[in-house]
Design a protein around this ligand. Structure first.
Ligand code: FAD
Length: 394
């Protein structure tokens, strides 16, 4: 297969229509309507809407979603205007505020299902070919073309493309020739659910570090989205508690700042690890979003980093001639453009998880000191806020 035979089925095939894959497709459809883009998504739209995850979007991700025209279509967006950071059982606290940062909000909390609903609606109207219920079983890199094998309506298909972007969330396609998956298991899992509190949230988020792992309360609608991390055995106990038992143990764990916890929605859990794919490109193939890196949710970096992957890849594709799409030079530029942000985000998240989730007395005091210093040094706050919002490139 070569260029002159013109045997490509598409310029870009995107495997996975999650937030990262869908963002890439929309950015390409808007930037170059003549490009042939195919999105293969395993789930149907209705199935995607049942997902109960809650996502914290940074202000930088809002800018990306604005540019692809999806932001104004989102329902149930709750702004975060302040973040209160503390550690349990020790001194030291810091508050980051949108006002100090000169922004309308530090971030936004949104149900994953709501974001998916808006992205899917936009995908159906854009120029990309959007195939739901398409289960990809294999992607094969290749110098002439990358191939994608999938089943749809009981029939098997193979497509050839100048470039395949793998955005499957890193959970389904494990055997990519030449790609290694590194994994650091944190021996932590997260309990997630919606809770309501005695006091209104006033758009204040909490990040509370404890020796068992961080706990976050993110303002969501009238209540909070809770992410409570602990060792897997402890998480199993938490999931098995009655609602009254759960609310009282959450109060003991989290403290009194929001008064009592009044109600909790259905609880679910997910394991936490750091997973990195290496390398993130092969011939005419690129891994983006959670397929490339899966982070601990402590600093809310992973999802936002995935959107920046999609945005940067769209810029690289749109910036080259169609025949250069998927070529080595384009992929090298993409990798170079993402290196600092990805490595910085992984380092920062890993440092937070390992530095704050242990019982060493000296470290506890150092953490308290670090939080106190952060609280009183505006330039340091501004540095931290910019990185939370825009990634390691600030
Ligand atoms: C259980 C869980 C809970 C999470 N909770 C939070 C949270 O509370 N807060 C937060 O900020 N982040 C959370 N995250 C992380 C966040 O969801 C991810 O960072 C984000 O969804 C990554 O987007 P993505 O598009 O790369 O992958 P995904 O959102 O996983 O999307 C991947 C898409 O690919 C499709 N797909 C998968 N395999 C195939 C295949 N073989 N063929 C075709 N399509 C396929 C899937 O159906 C899906 O639509 C959580 C992640 C998980 C796994």
């Amino acid at each position: 297969m070569n260029e002159t035979e013109n045997t490509f089925d598409a310029d870009v095939i995107i495997v996975g229509g999650g937030p990262v894959g869908a963002t890439l497709a929309l950015a390409l459809a808007q930037g170059a309507p003549s490009l042939k883009v195919i999105v293969l998504e395993a789930q149907t739209d209705a199935a995607a809407r049942r997902d109960t995850r809650t996502l914290a979007l940074s202000h930088g991700s809002r800018l990306v979603l604005e540019r692809i025209g999806v932001w104004r279509k989102l329902a149930a967006v709750t702004p975060i205007t302040q973040i209160h950071i503390s550690q349990r059982g020790s001194f030291g606290r810091a508050t980051l505020s949108a006002e100090e940062a000169g922004l309308p909000a530090l971030g936004y909390v949104i149900p994953y299902a709501g974001l998916q609903h808006a992205l899917h609606a936009a995908l159906q109207q854009c120029g990309a070919q959007y195939v739901t219920g398409a289960q990809v079983s294999k992607v094969a890199p290749g110098a002439a073309a990358a191939q994608v094998h999938y089943t749809h309506d009981g029939a098997s298909h193979v497509l050839a493309s100048r470039l395949v972007a793998l955005a499957d969330g890193g959970r389904s396609l494990q055997d990519i020739p030449g790609v290694k998956r590194e994994c650091r298991d944190y021996h932590q899992a997260a309990v997630v659910c919606q809770v309501t509190t005695e006091l209104p949230h006033k758009h204040l988020a909490y990040e509370r570090f404890t020796e068992d792992g961080p706990a976050a309360l993110l303002p969501s609608g009238e209540g909070y989205a809770l992410v409570w991390t602990a060792a897997p055995e402890r998480v199993a106990q938490i999931l098995a508690l009655s609602e009254a038992g759960f609310l009282s143990q959450l109060h003991a764990h989290f403290g009194d700042r929001q008064g009592r916890f009044l109600q909790a929605g259905p609880r679910s859990s997910f394991p936490l690890s750091l997973r990195k794919s290496q390398p993130i490109t092969r011939e005419r193939l690129v891994l983006i979003g959670n397929a490339a890196q899966m982070l601990h949710p402590v600093a809310g970096q992973g999802f936002n980093m995935g959107l920046r992957d999609a945005w940067e890849l769209s810029r690289q594709i749109l910036g080259c001639a169609p025949e250069a799409i998927g070529g080595a030079a384009m992929l090298e530029r993409y990798v170079a453009g993402r290196r600092v942000d990805t490595q910085g985000g992984i380092f920062f998240t890993d440092l937070l998880v390992r530095g704050f989730s242990n019982r060493l007395q000296g470290l506890r005091q150092a953490r308290g000191l670090a939080l106190s210093v952060l609280d009183v040094l505006p330039p340091l706050k501004s540095f931290v806020v910019r990185r939370l919002i825009f990634g390691a490139k600030g």
